[in-house]
Write a protein that binds this ligand. Structure first.
Ligand SMILES: [Zn+2]
Length: 175
């Protein structure tokens, strides 16, 4: 597996796609592990009773995947190096070897996944700022109470807080 979001709600990776569309999250020398048992492929063994192994040579495409269910664009497997082209999502992986994508394609898929998680990453900034805002509000209430106890007027407090005397009174008089 691959990349994790800051809130750990998303984990993305480059998934090999089985001929029947199932996505793989891991592999061994024989092939790619896919969830589910259709009987079309070899069972993955006693430790993975609900998985099958799709031989590497049968992998015809890849796509980004995320634990939240998101899936990226399809990358087609092509038969020769000359046919490979990042711009049109064509990738070469030699027959007879593990059906993995190149580092360049992995990076392209990761970029796509980063766009997918961008909203949730940005929301974290809002969460942090809102928390600071709440804490600052509590601090303001405390310092106003202390100022009032020390004999400051609502006019003084309003001026310090950059609001009117009336607004200061309405906000803090009952606290
Ligand atoms: Zn996700």
């Amino acid at each position: 597996m691959g990349w994790e979001s800051s809130d750990y709600n998303h984990e993305g990776w480059v998934a090999a796609v089985a001929p029947d569309g199932r996505l793989s999250a891991s592999s061994n020398g024989t092939g790619m592990f896919v969830h589910g048992t259709t009987g079309d492929y070899e069972p993955a063994g006693e430790f993975y009773p609900d998985q099958e192994i799709v031989p590497h040579d049968l992998i015809m495409s890849w796509r980004g995947a995320c634990t939240c269910g998101w899936q990226g664009e399809l990358w087609q497997r092509v038969p020769t190096v000359a046919d490979a082209d990042v711009a049109t999502r064509k990738e070469y992986a030699p027959i007879g070897e593990i059906a993995d994508v190149s580092g360049e394609v992995e990076e392209a898929v990761r970029e796509e996944w980063l766009v997918h998680i961008a909203p949730s990453e940005a929301i974290r900034g809002v969460e942090a700022a809102a928390k600071e805002h709440r804490q600052a509000g509590h601090r303001l209430d405390k310092t106003v109470a202390a100022a009032k106890a020390a004999g400051a007027s609502w006019t003084d407090i309003g001026r310090a807080a950059r609001i009117s005397r009336q607004a200061a009174h309405e906000r803090w008089a009952d606290k």
